[in-house]
Design a protein around this ligand. Structure first.
Ligand SMILES: NC(=O)C1=CN([C@@H]2O[C@H](COP(=O)(O)OP(=O)(O)OC[C@H]3O[C@@H](n4cnc5c(N)ncnc54)[C@H](OP(=O)(O)O)[C@@H]3O)[C@@H](O)[C@H]2O)C=CC1
Ligand SMILES: O=C1O[C@H](COP(=O)(O)O)[C@@H](O)[C@H](O)[C@H]1O
Length: 591
């Protein structure tokens, strides 16, 4: 039986298939909404039942309640006669979210706070343009840049235009589209701690919103020490009066458990948890997004995904450039906080979690939290830290970390770290999860390597000689560059003899898919606009992540552990090999 529900205020209609899925149509023209949702357009629900109050919460905070004429059909308890009842919405502006169907009634205003900065220029504006180009933004939208720098609208447009690019595969009308996009971009100069300046912004936003239901997204692309002031002023002076207000917060989310909790506490003075979108851009990368698809939609992987078949898992991040230009920021954080505690740990959680109940954001994040909470806090013995020193290669001198003027000469901040982590649950007991992250190494890459166990009683052992490790299967998920998934298998070399070699079953994205891969920020911005929280970090996830790294970070600092030097452009400190060897592991990227 299919039951019809409608939202009293938005006119959205829901066809109810089961207790956990829903399909939305626009009330007036029967368009399927959320066209971007994968597969069957199902959206998970949260169902609240009290004697007189039944409501269906759609993931983005909108509400669809059963209309009275269909009361008899509803699988929920009967509503009080004649009342279309709703439970408190996830965000205070419950009633005005327009599912996208009533296009002329709602608008989204996106304010990039810190618009004059590096991230805004490099990533945020280009991602917004790409979304516009792909017609993913609502018909009515406005983009505002906000920062202290003095700029006119035209100067902002000029600055932004320099970083916009067109996809290689979609150059059609690109110039025209850019012009149209830039016309929707405006600028307001103001201080981050001035309610008055944000009130001026509010006034300008209202002019552009022109009486429509206004939904507002603030992207905090500013240094962390001014997050709270900006959130306070934006929320008190420039929140939407009757639409949703969401805030994207960039990392770092504190530098240890205490400062992270303090930041969360301060943010929550002004925002509810579901208004806070903590971004980890690695979660928006195509191959990271694909991890769950690979695991849960292929029969061949999930049965092998445990201690029974997997010997170790490696998460490797390397960059072939140093911290030049960002030394001031970096020296306060170091590589463990910059890469491991967030990007690599997030990937690990997705890799190792149990099957979630559904693809709903809360179900996925619940499973991630469980994995993180099953992990042992990292021990000092299981960490190796390094710092790059200057090196001349091919006659070109490369600076050392402490040659940067913004870095103290005696800095002990690690620019490289390797670590061994363990998940104490039934699936992963005893399996080393190794991480390695470094700046100024020989190459730029990010990958996951899964090394499988040896084949028991292998008939072909004699063909491999004594190095059995070389003969085991390895699954490599190359997140970047040259996105690929490949499986190393043993294969007979064609010919009359019986010689084996290792070959790759290789899914190289550039060969398989002609479409250019969207930047992570595009996916994440679109998700934030749509209220999809799956790829954003919940506060309990963040707490669990910090509790794994905080003790060791404090110990490193307290004991003033001196990082091992490695030359700029090298493969990192030798200590990383000893650490891996202690767990009978060889780094896959160096094999
Ligand atoms: N850049 C990157 O690649 C990445 C950045 N991030 C995070 O994103 C955020 C923004 O990064 P990014 O754009 O590089 O930062 P910037 O240092 O470029 O700062 C952004 C803007 O903030 C304002 N600002 C800078 N310093 C101060 C200050 N001390 N007091 C008040 N305002 C200041 C400046 O604007 P104005 O003077 O005009 O007000 C500046 O243009 C940070 O939290 C960063 O950690 C995260 C991942 C990658
Ligand atoms: O968050 C960060 O990420 C970048 C690397 O991102 P990528 O998408 O270019 O791989 C890193 O350089 C930076 O130090 C860190 O803060």
């Amino acid at each position: 039986m299919v039951t019809l529900y409608s939202s009293p205020s938005t006119g959205a209609v829901a066809f109810f298939y089961s207790n956990t899925s829903i399909r939305l149509y626009n009330y007036h023209n029967n368009l399927t909404l959320f066209p971007r949702k994968l597969g069957s357009h199902n959206i998970s629900l949260q169902i609240n039942q009290t004697p007189f109050c039944n409501a269906v919460h759609i993931q983005d905070g909108s509400v669809a309640a059963p209309p009275s004429k269909n009361e008899n059909e509803t699988p929920l308890k009967k509503l009080k006669d004649g009342i279309l009842s709703v439970t408190p919405p996830m965000e205070k502006q419950k009633d005005t979210f327009d599912f996208g169907g009533n296009k002329d009634k709602s608008t989204v205003s996106i304010t990039v706070v810190g618009a004059s900065g590096d991230l805004a220029k490099k990533k945020i504006f280009p991602a917004l343009f790409a979304l516009y180009y792909e017609s993913c933004l609502p018909e009515h939208f406005t983009i505002f840049g906000y920062a202290r720098s003095k700029m006119t609208d035209d100067e902002l447009r000029n600055m932004v235009s320099k970083t916009l690019t067109c996809r290689i595969d979609k150059r059609e009308n690109c110039g025209e589209k850019m012009e149209q996009f830039l016309k929707r971009c405006f600028y307001h100069s103001g201080q981050y701690d001035s309610q008055e300046n944000f009130a001026e912004l509010d006034k300008k936003l209202k002019e552009h919103e022109d009486g429509r239901f206004s939904n507002r997204l603030f992207y905090l692309s500013i240094p962390p020490n001014i997050f709270i002031n900006a959130v306070r002023c934006a929320s008190l002076s420039a929140s939407s009066a009757h639409g949703w207000t969401r805030v994207i917060v960039e990392k770092p989310f504190g530098r240890d458990s205490e400062s992270s909790a303090a930041l969360t506490g301060a943010l929550k003075q002004y925002l509810k948890e579901d208004q806070i979108f903590r971004i980890d851009h690695y979660l928006g990368k195509e191959l990271v997004e694909n991890l769950s698809v690979l695991r849960f939609s292929n029969l061949i992987f999930e049965p092998l995904w445990s201690r029974q078949y997997i010997r170790n898992v490696q998460f490797i991040f390397s960059e072939d450039f140093g911290t030049e230009g960002r030394g001031g920021y970096f020296d306060h954080y170091g590589i463990i906080r910059d890469i491991m505690q967030n990007h690599l740990l997030q990937i690990l959680a997705l890799f190792a979690m149990e099957t979630p109940v559904s693809l709903d954001a809360e179900d996925i994040r619940n499973e991630k939290v469980k994995v993180l909470r099953s992990m042992r806090p990292l021990q000092l013995d299981d960490v190796v830290v390094g710092q790059y020193k200057s090196h001349t290669k091919g006659g070109v001198p490369y600076p050392g970390y402490t040659d940067d003027k913004t870095v103290p000469k005696d800095s002990l901040t690690p620019t490289f770290a390797a670590a061994a982590l363990f998940i104490d649950n039934a699936r992963w007991d005893g399996v080393p999860f190794l991480m390695k992250a470094g700046k100024a190494l020989h190459t730029r890459s990010a990958e996951i390597r899964v090394q499988f166990r040896h084949v028991p009683g292998n008939l072909y052992n004699k063909n491999f000689g004594s190095d059995l490790d070389q003969a085991t299967n390895e699954l490599v998920i190359r997140v970047q560059p040259d996105e690929a998934i490949y499986l190393k298998i043993n294969n007979k070399v064609p010919g009359l003899g019986m010689r084996l070699d290792r070959s790759n079953l290789n899914l190289l994205y550039s060969a398989r898919y002609s479409r250019e891969i969207p930047d992570a920020y595009e996916r994440l911005l679109l998700d934030a606009i749509e209220g999809e929280r799956r790829l954003f970090i919940r506060s309990d996830e963040l707490d669990a992540a910090w509790s794994l790294f905080t003790p060791v970070l404090k110990e490193l600092e307290h004991k003033k552990i001196v990082p091992e030097s490695y030359p700029y452009g090298s493969r990192g400190p030798i200590g990383a090999h000893y650490l891996a060897a202690r767990y009978k592991v060889r780094w896959g990227d160096l094999a």
